[in-house]
Design a protein around this ligand. Structure first.
Ligand code: FAD
Length: 477
């Protein structure tokens, strides 16, 4: 038993030391700090982290442990039901307080509420903080005291409430308890995929706080000023690519906001995107059923195709073999790098839900497993927005034409050629819709449709009409 006060800091998706309010609170509590991570995927069911997220988590936990060791402490890794783990650790170490940053997914809220009550009953202090959002979902209300369902007034309200960002520094030293309970090894958690799938991820990403800070600094210095004009171009690395870092809490939005003050140009278009992130959390908190079901109840009757009928097309979409180059480029970027450009996310989601009439939940599930930034709030909102059934959703008659979008946003095909190399030798004017190209042009570029690159798995025009008819049906219903 330790005689000094001992606080357990339960890290979840706040894997950083800088500007971490719960860590600061634990340090202020006095005594020593026991940093803890509990592997408990079942407690987040049905949305336990997917394969790509687990890969990120592995590397981010390693980075956190290293940062703690540099400060005289280390990360204790445990596995099991969080309440049991916390109770056992409190007993074993004599900890008198547990600290965590709040999460906003329905399963996490239910779990944490139960844990808090049980620990308090044991006589343990429990302190939770907001380490994730600018404003928590219940802090922003409409004039009529309702949650928002439309983004622009939500953002206006939120933006008006944002104070000057104040960022706390990472502690320089962090005293560890005299006796630290035995930790599992990170590799015991089996977070890395067994197949070679994630082989390329490390070439694209540096999970952990140091990687996040480096990326943020580089973005502010070189890309923030041109964000508004360049962010829709998938071939240009003009967006911040901070989504996974933000999801795992390797950065706070306050840190991002503070950093933008050091950049040149108008930061509003960029900060507004963080506003969408807040809006997504707001929606999931107030409408927790939306991870599974449409926000707009009319869509419960939407005539999606049946799973038995769309399996093959779903697989073609997942593998980047739909025959629509911009869509295939996006799906392959996702598979190989664990991330996809925002504009292309919209196009692939539109093709799945509208041209293929496959339920948005299938796409959301695939993204959940393959995106390194998979976030229940952002992913749910993104899919429902594209499918037309969410808050502030794209109107149902808006079916993206992927060929026109491709010509507009990847005019010279740099993005398509990067991810779909079998089309690389096609000239620009044939690249976006190879099925319309002259046979001689295809032959000269070595493209044999139906052989080394698929023919489109659906006709864009007739599938669009079918989608409009389906949407009209529920509109009238
Ligand atoms: P930037 O353009 O640099 O934006 C900065 C940050 O703002 C992002 O890191 C992200 O945290 C936030 N942000 C930006 N756009 C959005 C948005 N539309 N909604 C919510 N937050 C946003 N984002 C995720 O983080 N996780 C997901 O699982 C996810 N799934 C999506 C699914 C679909 C179908 C769609 C259309 C979008 C999805 N997004 C998701 C939103 C968006 O595509 C990504 O946040 C963005 O592409 C990440 O790249 P970035 O960090 O360079 O973004």
């Amino acid at each position: 038993m330790s005689l000094k006060p001992l606080s357990i800091v339960w890290f979840r998706r706040d894997l950083r030391l800088t500007d971490n309010p719960t860590l600061n609170a634990a340090m202020a509590h006095g005594g020593t700090v026991l940093p803890l991570y509990i592997d408990a995927p079942d407690s987040e069911a049905p949305w336990a982290p997917g394969g790509a997220s687990r890969w990120w988590l592995h590397h981010s936990l390693a980075a956190l442990d290293q940062a703690l060791r540099q400060r005289g402490n280390s990360l204790l890794i445990a596995r099991g039901q969080p309440l049991e783990v916390l109770r056992a650790l409190c007993r074993e170490t004599g900890a008198d307080a547990v600290f965590w940053n709040r999460l906003y997914e329905p399963a996490a809220i239910a779990r944490d509420t139960e844990i808090k009550a049980a620990l308090q009953e044991d006589g343990i202090e429990v302190h939770s903080s907001n380490g994730t959002l600018w404003r928590e979902p219940w802090q922003i209300r409409t004039g009529g005291n309702e949650p928002y369902r439309v983004f622009t007034p939500f953002w206006r309200n939120l933006a008006a409430q944002l104070p000057e960002p104040r960022v706390s520094a990472a502690p320089e030293r962090m005293a560890a308890p005299e006796r630290v309970p035995r930790s599992l090894q990170l590799k015991d958690l089996d977070l890395l995929p067994s197949l070679g799938w994630a082989g390329e991820f490390l070439a694209h990403w540096q999970p952990g706080e140091a990687g996040a800070l480096e990326l943020l600094a580089g973005f502010v210095e070189t890309d923030l000023g041109s964000y508004r004009s360049q962010r829709d171009l998938p071939a240009v690395d003009a967006s911040s690519r901070l989504s996974a870092h933000l999801h795992f809490g390797e950065l706070s939005p306050q840190q991002v906001q503070a950093a933008t003050r050091r950049g040149t140009g108008d930061a509003e278009p960029y900060l507004r995107q963080l506003g969408w992130r807040e809006f997504a959390h707001h929606l999931l908190y107030h409408y927790p059923h939306t991870a599974q079901a449409p926000l707009n109840p009319k869509f419960a009757a939407f005539p999606w195709r049946r799973a038995a009928d769309y399996g093959e097309e779903l697989r073609a979409w997942q593998r980047g073999r739909t025959g629509i180059p911009i869509v295939d480029a996006g799906m392959r970027q996702l598979w190989r790098s664990g991330w996809m450009h925002n504009r292309v996310r919209m196009l692939v989601a539109s093709l799945l839900t509208k041209n293929l009439l496959i339920p948005w939940q299938e796409g959301a599930r695939w993204f959940w497993d393959t995106l390194l930034d998979a976030s229940l709030a952002n992913n749910t909102m993104g899919w429902q927005w594209v499918a037309g059934c969410g808050a502030d959703a794209a109107p149902y008659f808006r079916v993206f034409n992927p060929v026109l979008q491709s010509q507009k946003f990847d005019a010279h095909g740099v993005y398509i050629r990067r991810w779909v190399p079998e089309l690389a030798r096609l000239p620009d004017d044939a690249l976006h819709a190879p099925w319309l190209a002259k046979p001689a042009v295809l032959a000269q570029a070595g493209v044999r449709l139906g052989q080394n690159y698929p023919l489109p798995i659906m006709d864009l025009a007739t599938s669009r009409e079918r989608a409009l008819a389906a949407y009209a049906q529920i509109k009238a219903g």
